[in-house]
Ligand binder design. Sequence first.
Ligand code: C2E
Ligand code: MG
Ligand code: MG
Length: 416
Amino acid sequence: MIVTKHDLLSRGVGKFTVGNDLAYRALRASVGMSRSLSLGLIASGLLACWVLSRASGGADAFAPHWYYLPILFAATRFGPLAAFIVACVAGLLAGPLTPADTAVGRSQELIQWLSRAGFFVLIGQVSAWLLAPTVRYPLAEEVRRMRIEHRIRSALKQGEFSIVYQPIHSIRLGRHIGVEALIRWHDPAHGVVPPGEFIGIAEETGLIHEISDFVLEEACRQAAQWQRLAESRACEPWHVAVNLSARDMERPDLARVVAEALKRHDLCPKLLTLELTESALAEKSSSLQLYQLRKLGVKLAIDDFGTGYSSLSYLNRFQVDILKIDRSLVAHLDTDESSQRLARAIVGLAETMQLKTVAEGIETAEQLEIGRQLHFDLVQGYHFERPQSGEKIPDLMLASSSPAGMVADEHGHMPG
Ligand code: C2E
Ligand code: MG
Ligand code: MG
């Protein structure tokens, strides 16, 4: 199930009946404020309270109550430890031992001062305790997501996304036969951001549609180039697999977008595989979408098979071509008997349903050997190749379907 921003808010902030939108916005702004600005505000708040309490008649007057503001702010922005430190500082500043108070004989009793300082600490801790689970953490999470959402938006505009391709290997043919397209984000400030860190947020915000459009467009463009190159060298063209999100199933124009990308680049539809997770198949709208996609002639794969609901009814309801067995199962093939039994059962099921199997995340020769014994059709993983830039693929493609040792030059030209 996709958790939307709305769900997040109704689960978190919704429980804490903030009362009105203004208070909620103020809380969100305070949680989202930068660290240095927050620290500056706390320091100047403490200073302002000190000046105010001196100016309005010393520690005994009402003015020290203003100290609750920086304490509450510290509790909201940073949590209990910061609230404790700020409360202690406030307690000291609101103390009785100032020369001005002593001069006019207005200094507080020590006990009065200590109880006020204690109260500062208590209020700070109680508010941090109340705010943290219901407001601060959900808000901080929301603010983090809002920042990433903003960064994704500008990354799309600035062209910071690119695609890498991981070869897929056929055990029977003993060579690579295609690639999976995987998105990469080159954030100038944070370096390469892995998809696991932004795909979820892109799904919640709907930005995933733009990401999917970009990946489809770029993968079809590259695959069509490789197709032409392969045809000119009379070798097998590689197919390209593109990951779609469950949210893409909600798009009424999905099949049109795919059809247009295929047409624009003149890519043969059977060279394109669309990878969907089981949660995508669970979407209500997926029946119609899958029917329309199939009509285009593209292949469909269930990604990460064995991790989701693994409801076999999907296999009955939707015509798919490929099952991609998840890395978490493959990782234990060489050490765990029951993983092997489960993998064998999946291969048996795939054979019965006339589907191909791809084992994801093959990292060792042992795993490959077991994969061979289990009759996986295709395998993919670091044991063969890591994901790599599109420029490296022509070399690999031509080398894998040509006599050993012949490697294409950087433009895809073969020697001789
Ligand atoms: P996935 O579709 O199951 O892709 C396979 C992931 O496993 C990739 O991670 C790949 O780099 C990694 N992998 C492949 N072989 C090995 C191996 O031998 N060992 C290990 N440890 N890892 C291996 P990546 O690129 O970080 O992608 C993670 C997930 O993010 C993908 O899982 C997919 O669900 C999602 N994703 C990636 N690109 C896209 C995209 O363009 N669109 C969408 N919607 N999701 C994407
Ligand atoms: Mg995939
Ligand atoms: Mg997968």
